[in-house]
Design a binder for this molecule. Structure first.
Ligand SMILES: *Cc1c(COP(=O)(O)O)cnc(C)c1O
Length: 411
């Protein structure tokens, strides 16, 4: 069956909870063992002291290790990305930081794609560097050969353990070619003899419009605060991949204690029941808004996946790797910051706020808001100028969204 058919029921049986059709919130810290022998067996499995016997299911012990809401949520999330296993976290940043710490030790190196989410950028360039991890950044306009040369001349080619990208990149909607990143990882792996993980932040298009695991990624992760949550009322994160990789990540999660709470997991289970219809409606609205923006005389450029103005190479990556263009749009307004601010201050239906992916539409100014911390040279390289506005399109009626944009631009 398709994931959207299973989101209401998968992994939960009403007989577990007095026939309740919906999975209740298991708001509990600990679980009662039937016997001391059972408690002993659960711990043997939890600590990996022996393998499970045929038909033996690992029991619930304590909510930092596992909880029914966390487990059912993780099983449902696997369906969208066709992943073997998932781990849910209390935020997108805890999912990202735990994944990096699980695979990177002092002396190792990471190659990451720029632009990248501000929190991720900070974690790599401040925390990872401070513990002795070496760092190299690449950007979407570079060709494969150019990236291989950069790696060659970095001096730490044999220490690279992770290639980390965010695609589409925020806020320019530039795509990274996941197949190309996989090829680079394979070449590095062959050379050094150790594994090199390809990690993709799929927050912008996934899990409906892009499936990185099917294009060569080892690990896909999300800020579930965005489309997965979809209602601007929770903070959460998810990591998906193979059993072996997720075992390593979940092991660290157990000791950092940054797992999702039962209450947030329950909210997310409710959110993902409507994930597909929300994302499809948001994309449909976004396509209408893009068409309208392209014709507006005050708009000098629109950044949206698959648009010819993104460039030929970008369009070809789009057709190979994405099954939709999503609902994140950036555009340039003709006369810079003052006009951009006038427009933002005049919006009535669309809220002036950062974050994205929610059912209500949001607008913000990357240059002075989400990306204000990015060095000026990088801003110029990525076209993040004072003229740029970023929109996250929601599920409102598209005519009302366009009417709001129209009145806000009419000054
Ligand atoms: C928001 C976001 C994050 C961080 O997630 P939080 O849930 O805020 O911790 C990471 N990556 C991307 C692309 C994001 O948009």
């Amino acid at each position: 069956m398709h994931p959207e058919s299973l989101m209401m029921s998968y992994g939960y049986h009403p007989e577990w909870s007095e026939g309740a059709i919906k999975c209740p919130i298991f708001q509990t810290s600990t679980f009662v063992f039937k016997t001391a022998e059972e408690g002993k067996a659960f711990f043997e499995l939890a600590y990996g002291k022996r393998y499970a016997r045929p038909g033996e299911i690992p029991g619930l012990i304590y909510s930092r290790l596992n909880n029914p809401n966390m487990q059912i949520l993780e099983e449902r999330l696997c369906l969208w990305d066709q992943a073997e296993e998932a781990a849910a976290f209390e935020s997108g940043m805890s999912a990202i930081a735990t994944t990096m710490l699980a695979f990177l030790k002092p002396g190792d190196a990471i190659v990451y794609g720029n632009p990248v989410y501000g929190g991720t950028h900070h974690f790599i360039n401040h925390y990872l560097i401070s513990i002795g991890v070496k760092v190299l950044d690449i950007h979407p306009k570079q060709e494969e050969s150019e990236i291989l040369e950069l790696i060659e001349s970095s001096g730490f080619k044999d220490h690279i353990r992770m290639l980390y990208i965010e695609t589409p990149a925020n806020p320019t909607n530039d795509l990274f070619d996941i197949h190309m990143v996989r090829r680079i990882a394979d070449a590095l792996q062959q050379h050094s003899g150790h594994t090199v993980k390809v990690v993709v932040d799929n927050t912008y298009l996934g899990p409906v419009f892009q499936h990185p695991l099917l294009h060569g990624a080892d690990i896909v992760l999300y800020s579930a605060t965005k489309y997965l949550g979809g209602h601007s009322d929770l903070i959460a994160g998810v990591v998906l991949g193979s059993h072996t990789d997720l075992e390593q990540i979940k092991h660290l999660r157990t000791f950092l204690g940054n797992m999702i709470s039962p209450n947030t997991a329950w909210l997310l289970m409710r959110s993902i029941e409507t994930l597909k219809i929300r994302m499809e409606r948001q994309q449909k609205n976004a396509l209408q808004v893009v068409d309208w923006l392209l014709k507006h005389p005050k708009i000098t450029r629109v950044y949206y996946p698959g648009l010819p103005s993104q460039g030929e190479r970008q369009v070809s990556i789009f057709h190979r790797q994405c099954v939709g263009s999503g609902a994140m749009i950036s555009f340039d307004i003709s006369r810079g910051e003052s006009e951009a601010f006038r427009f933002l201050n005049r919006l009535k239906l669309i809220h002036l706020a950062v974050s994205l992916g929610s059912n209500e539409s949001l607008a913000q100014h990357p240059y002075t808001m989400t990306h204000s911390d990015v060095p000026e040279a990088d801003k110029q390289l990525h076209n993040i100028t004072p003229s740029m506005i970023r929109l996250s399109i929601g599920i409102e009626h598209h005519e009302d969204l366009i009417a709001d944009l129209e009145q806000a631009l009419n000054f």
